[in-house]
Design a protein around this ligand. Structure first.
Ligand code: GLY
Ligand code: MN
Ligand code: MN
Length: 459
């Protein structure tokens, strides 16, 4: 059965390259001076990785642990998606770049209890080897840029490095029984952030705030464009790419009723000044930590009374959720607190007959927060007793993001509410006393949003 294959290994990347004469090959092999790529200093973040590896090691005595960075993924024919290493690999090595594709961290059992960390890395492209240097479009340094040599990588990471000589799946071997345990333990170890990680998340938030400001300044132009949502996405993403690695997830730029689609990333609609824009976006730093913030903005600069009413209920739910955050609280407490406010509000408005039961969920549906860190939905492989059914701990970072999504075709709603979607999402770190708002630089109340927009649009 013939099948079209589109994995990286199946694609020929040299299909339209002209042949090279022997004379050119000889010429290309000479005249290169050594050109180190690092200055001998360790990577930001490398100082904290030995303790992380030690924590992991202690959980798997005598077992070989394999943590691949991941493989390139074909986007179209011989072009790949931009590579971003797996978050567990980043957490254990501090290595973050696109050149990590295919690399593998192995913790080899060593001594009676511990492990030795070994990084399997692609060495530099030898200038004398044309196949490796200038004919390999995926990894040749002539195509994709220089990467650290093994010695340099050891200085950068503090980890012993060996040449990568086979694909990650061969380094891993076939024993998959313990894979799920390894993924869960790694996610659980990442639940509490150290001070360096919190500083990365603060930086992510700072740049995200700048991106939201850029979007407000660009609204007059975006309102004119037939695909204003795309204009908004582009403006935010420019900031993300300029200040960090990019966005931590696909930007949601949802105008009008598109805001009722929880993850609207098509972003192909126009903006209408009478409607709201729900912007859910986050900058990912170069160290690969992301923020995740949502504001729902009036495109005219002023909320209508019904828009304001919905925003105020969502804000009250968020305040109640935030007030429930503290070490030792159930993870579900902030969700319960916020959703109670939503259910009572909907009852007051006559949409529900009672706040009890689950009917309120028709109008909100999604969970009202999650862990945040290297992944936007961080630590997703953590087991329920450590996360969903667990308790909060100092140093955890999470979002609180209640929303109301009044679908445009929902006949249970009064007409004036249909097509209004509002989410307010902020990032917080759990402290000894409660929680600290990381994203407080962006206004949250309707009045403060209007003032902030007015100032940016007048400048
Ligand atoms: N932006 C995805 C989320 O808020 O969870
Ligand atoms: Mn979120
Ligand atoms: Mn979000």
């Amino acid at each position: 059965m013939p099948v079209i294959r589109q994995d990286a290994a199946a694609v020929r990347t040299v299909s339209h390259d002209l042949p090279y004469s022997d004379e050119l090959k000889r010429f290309m092999a000479q005249g290169w001076r050594p050109a180190p790529v690092s200055d001998g200093r360790a990577l930001p973040g490398a100082a904290v990785t030995p303790a992380r590896r030690a924590q992991l090691s202690a959980r798997f005595p005598g077992e070989r642990l394999v943590v691949p960075a991941g493989e390139l993924k074909v986007r179209s024919n011989d072009c790949d998606h931009r590579f971003r290493p797996h978050s567990a690999y980043v957490w254990l090595t501090a290595l973050t770049g696109e050149e990590q594709a295919g690399h593998v961290l192995v913790l080899e059992p060593s001594g009676p209890h511990g492990h030795e960390a070994v990084l399997h890395l692609r060495p530099r492209s030898p200038r004398t080897d044309g196949d490796a240097f200038y004919r390999d479009r995926r990894h040749g340094e002539f195509w994709v840029g220089p990467r650290p040599d093994l010695e340099e990588a050891e200085q950068l990471t503090g980890i012993r490095c060996v040449p990568l000589d086979r694909p990650a799946r061969e380094i891993s071997g076939r024993n998959a029984d313990r894979d799920s345990e390894l993924a869960s333990v790694l996610a659980e170890l990442r639940l509490v952030k150290d001070p360096w990680e919190v500083a990365q998340l603060e930086e992510a938030v700072r740049h995200t705030v700048s991106g939201f400001e850029d979007v407000v300044r660009a609204l007059p132009r975006a309102l004119e464009h037939p695909r204003g949502e795309r204009w908004v996405e582009g403006v935010f993403n420019l900031r993300a790419r300029a200040e960090g690695n990019g966005t931590g997830y696909e930007t949601i730029a949802a105008a009008g009723a598109h805001a009722c689609v929880l993850h609207w990333t098509r972003n192909d609609g126009p903006l209408d000044a009478r409607e709201l824009l729900l912007l859910d976006a986050g900058v990912e730093t170069d160290t690969l930590y992301t923020s995740d913030i949502t504001r729902t903005l009036p495109l005219s600069g002023r909320y209508s009374s019904v828009q304001r009413q919905v925003c105020e209920l969502v804000l009250a739910a968020q305040e109640a959720g935030i007030a429930a955050l503290r070490p030792g609280a159930d993870f579900r407490d902030f969700h319960r607190a916020g959703m109670r406010v939503v259910a009572e509000g909907l009852t007051e408005w006559g949409i529900l007959q009672s706040p009890d039961g689950e009917r309120y969920r028709r109008y909100t549906l999604c969970s009202s927060g999650h862990m945040l860190g290297l992944d936007v939905h961080d630590c997703a492989r953590a087991r329920a007793d450590a996360y969903l059914d667990g308790t909060l701990a100092e140093g955890q970072v999470l979002t609180v993001e209640p929303g109301l999504y009044f679908q445009p075709d929902d006949e249970t709603l009064p007409a004036e509410l249909r097509g209004i979607g509002v989410r307010i999402e902020d990032d917080l770190v759990i402290t000894a006393e409660g929680a600290r708002l990381l994203s407080g630089a962006l206004p949250r109340t309707p009045d403060a949003v209007e003032t902030w927009m007015g100032e940016l649009l007048a400048a």
